[in-house]
Design a protein around this ligand. Structure first.
Ligand SMILES: O=C(CO[C@H]1O[C@H](CO)[C@@H](O)[C@H](O)[C@H]1O)[C@@H](O)[C@H](O)[C@H](O)CO
Length: 567
């Protein structure tokens, strides 16, 4: 227990600066706004703050398109503001993890400006440039070097008229992919990372880091619908990915104090690959963000073709990740981030049972074995936005999905609005709700994205003043992880794997066992769990203890959760 890494007992809080708190009234959140609210973070008890990108950027993808890695975008503040935030967090025993976005840069980054200047540019090979497909003219439909689809709809290649060549962009055309085959690129990235660590930051969340190694043959992908193909087999967990991450670890982290944390965001990562990425003996990353559970309600038409979650599928997925990373490696645990809709609206009930379902979902997640991540507003039970029109949306992924669907007549505007209402990333990006005033205390100006009208009830001031609130439940969950080693390191055992509505499991360490029960429905659920007999309630989300009887039978109320210490 003692020699377990510090982050096995830690909880990370994600700040999306654009929507957290605006200190200068321009309607966009900033670093001084975060500084103004560090007491909210220490009151919650979190150990680490992950800051989404604050670097200079044209903001084509809200900062995930960086034009200067070693400065702060003026809309967010200055390097001095960042140093002040870092100092304030360290004073309160918290750490700061930066967002590392090095699969791609902005097309306005000097590296790319130089690279696109001419085919002879010394930085030409810092990106993926290719001539049109054999025998085709530049700009001719289908002349793209591969048939790959971008994550943001449309082709993943953009023609550069001046040189007649195409460059690769897995995300927007203003996010050209760096060529990690080129050692100059890799070492420029490592130098930048060392620069930030020397400034005192405590680690990195690495954006789509398992996409940086591409198959240099750049093969086409299978075409499922329409003309574009799925190139993911050629760039997901690519041929040199483990070599690159091991090299990065040697060049950047080796020899540094173990107060650092690294987490790799890895779309399409398998549990088998995660065992390799997070095996401490291989010195690659501490943990990964995997996407299985946030894809369980995606229909055949993709993320905006929403299907009802089947609890059995969720238990099967989480159960496998718990089992496969039990003896080697480590899990991250998350429901929310700036790319996912609000969990209480997605898997819970954001109406009559908003508090109960938000606290149940938090309990079930935080009692798994792994490092929990709390996304801003999750600790308040914030819900999905309720935009009435497609014009209200700002997220590039959503807007390009609408444009493509309209172009191909795939869906009516009402169907598109339904899909976005459920799954758009903007659901996570509405301003943080600090109080009941006009703009929820987020800004004195006009917020860049509308504040949710329910901020009158759902806000930090009200939650802090109400001991039964989602906020205080999350505070207790975090305290439990800090104080009870069973929560951090106990073995995980899934119970009732086939139950349609109840999630149940135990955590055991040195003969000490916790039983966790979560009702994923708005109806009462009767279940029998042996471990329940004679157990004592450690943390519930109802005021009284509906304890199991002598045979372990218990009636769970709508969206009820219980953490019980087994006798
Ligand atoms: O996989 C990623 C990568 O997200 C990272 O990389 C993206 C490119 O940097 C960026 O847009 C995201 O904000 C960042 O978190 C997401 O695009 C995801 O597929 C999608 O949003 C889910 O619908």
């Amino acid at each position: 227990v003692e020699d377990a890494p510090w982050w096995t007992r830690a909880v990370v809080y994600q700040v999306y600066p654009r929507s957290f708190a605006d200190s200068d009234g321009d309607g966009v959140g900033d670093l001084r706004g975060v500084l103004d609210h560090v007491d909210h973070l220490s009151a919650l008890g979190v150990d680490v703050v992950w800051l989404s990108p604050i670097y200079p950027s044209p903001q084509d993808d809200n900062g995930y398109d960086i034009s200067d890695y070693q400065d702060v975008d003026p809309s967010f503040g200055t390097l001095a503001d960042l140093d002040a935030l870092l100092a304030a967090l360290h004073e309160r025993g918290m750490r700061l993890v930066m967002d590392l976005v090095v699969n791609h840069t902005s097309d306005e980054h000097p590296w790319f400006v130089e690279s696109r200047a001419s085919t002879e540019s010394p930085k030409r090979d810092w990106y993926w440039w290719r001539p049109p497909r054999h025998g085709m003219a530049p700009g001719q439909p289908g002349a793209e070097p591969t048939n790959w689809r971008s994550f943001f709809s449309g082709p993943a290649w953009e023609l550069d008229e001046s040189t007649g060549e195409y460059y690769l962009h897995l995300f927007s055309r203003k996010q050209p992919d760096l060529n990690w085959e080129n050692p100059e690129v890799r070492h420029a990235v490592y130098a930048m990372m060392r620069w930030w660590l020397d400034r005192g930051v405590d680690g990195f969340r690495m954006d789509v880091i398992n996409l940086v190694s591409k198959d240099p043959a750049l093969p086409d992908g299978p075409v499922r619908d329409g003309v574009l193909g799925d190139g993911s087999a050629a760039y997901t967990n690519g041929p040199r990915i483990h070599e690159f991450l091991a090299e990065m670890h040697r060049e950047v982290f080796a020899g540094r104090p173990d107060r650092l944390l690294t987490v790799g965001e890895m779309p399409g990562v398998t549990v088998e690959h995660a065992r390799l990425f997070t095996d401490p003996a291989r010195a690659e990353v501490d943990m990964v963000f995997q996407f299985e559970h946030v894809g369980l309600d995606h229909g055949p038409g993709g993320k905006f073709d929403v299907r009802r979650l089947r609890l059995r599928d969720l238990k099967a997925s989480f159960g496998r990740w718990q089992a496969e990373l039990a003896d080697v490696g480590w899990n991250s645990l998350y429901w929310n981030n700036h790319d996912q809709p609000r969990i209480v609206s997605r898997f819970g009930d954001d109406g009559a049972y908003r508090r109960e379902s938000a606290t149940m979902l938090g309990t079930v997640l935080h009692l798994h074995r792994g490092t929990p991540y709390v996304y801003q507003g999750e600790e308040l039970g914030m819900t999905n936005a309720r935009f009435d029109s497609l014009d209200d949306y700002r997220d590039i992924e959503s807007l390009r999905h609408v444009a493509e669907a309209r172009a191909h007549g795939h869906a009516t505007d009402d169907e598109l609005l339904d899909g976005l209402a459920a799954m758009s990333r903007d659901n996570a990006r509405t301003p943080m709700q600090w109080d009941a005033t006009e703009h929820a205390g987020f800004t004195t100006g006009t917020p860049w994205l509308p504040v949710h009208p329910n901020h009158v009830e759902v806000n930090a001031a009200a939650a802090r003043a109400d001991d039964r609130s989602v906020f205080h439940h999350y505070r207790r969950l975090i305290e439990l992880r800090h104080t009870d080693p069973v929560v951090a390191l106990g073995d995980f055992t899934m119970l009732l794997p086939d139950h349609e509505h109840v999630y149940a499991f135990t955590r055991s360490l040195d003969g000490d066992t916790l039983l966790v029960l979560g009702n994923f429905s708005g109806d009462e659920q009767d279940v029998a769990v042996d471990a329940g007999a004679g157990s004592t309630l450690v943390l519930g989300n109802y005021d009284d203890d509906a304890a199991p009887d002598a045979d372990g039978r218990v009636r769970l109320r709508p969206w009820e959760s219980q953490v019980r210490r087994v006798a």
